[in-house]
Design a protein around this ligand. Structure first.
Ligand code: ATP
Length: 196
């Protein structure tokens, strides 16, 4: 299977929402991907709040990716103990499939913060970074990062975030226009994000 174009899309996915899905579809087209692997973080080391248990975030990602065969759930960060460093994931996946071409898909907020990631220079040597705009995101402060060529993913601005969805559920507001139907019903059935 060498030469495959594989996109990697990591996140906390707490919960996965419509901007994630739109970004992922756009990446399939703009990067001509054979597959896009959604990678829920096991222990997202940069998030300070309490995170929904991994099994529930994984189940919601399964709902979000249903129906698109090029979307694949990648469980490696859920299976690893310790903090989820993207570089460890990339090294492990590349060792398994040495001939593939790798793209790392991020929103502009994550792109700006990339120099805080573990071994980010090695990461950028291993993947093509693919960046989508995100409302409110800053331009990277690092000139070294800005000098690295990136592939653009033409996502129109989408002002959706998992934080807003959690806040809306906690406030009893509807989220049906913000998440895929399967995710909305999972949140409802499992009473996620409710106060208390
Ligand atoms: P939170 O609000 O809890 O911080 P989030 O909505 O940013 O969550 P993550 O799971 O942290 O969701 O994001 C995974 C990836 O998706 C990141 O690369 C992030 O930049 C990207 N992303 C999320 N929402 C958007 C959006 N509205 N536009 C572009 N990219 C997005």
């Amino acid at each position: 299977m060498s030469g495959r174009r594989i996109g990697l899309f990591g996140g906390t996915f707490d919960p996965p929402h419509n901007a994630h899905v739109a970004l992922a579809h756009r990446a399939l087209v703009d990067l001509a991907l054979d597959e896009l692997r959604w990678i829920p973080a096991g222990q997202p080391y940069q998030k300070v709040r309490a995170i929904t248990p991994a099994a529930q975030r994984e189940a919601m990602v399964r709902e979000a990716i249903a129906g698109e065969p090029r979307f694949v759930l990648e469980r490696c960060e859920l299976e690893r103990s310790g903090p989820s460093y993207t570089i460890d994931t990339v090294r492990a996946l590349q060792a398994r499939q040495p001939g593939a071409q790798w793209f790392l898909l991020v929103g502009a907020d994550q792109y700006a913060g990339l120099p805080s990631w573990h071994d980010w220079r090695d990461l950028l040597a291993r993947v093509t970074l693919a960046v989508a705009q995100r409302p409110g995101a800053a331009v990277p402060a690092s000139a070294e990062l800005r000098a690295v060529p990136v592939a653009a993913v033409a996502l129109p601005p989408m002002d959706v975030s998992a934080s807003v969805i959690r806040d809306r559920v906690a406030a009893g507001a509807p989220i049906t226009d913000l998440v895929p139907p399967g995710v909305a019903s999972y949140i409802d059935r499992h009473h996620l994000y409710r106060p208390g």
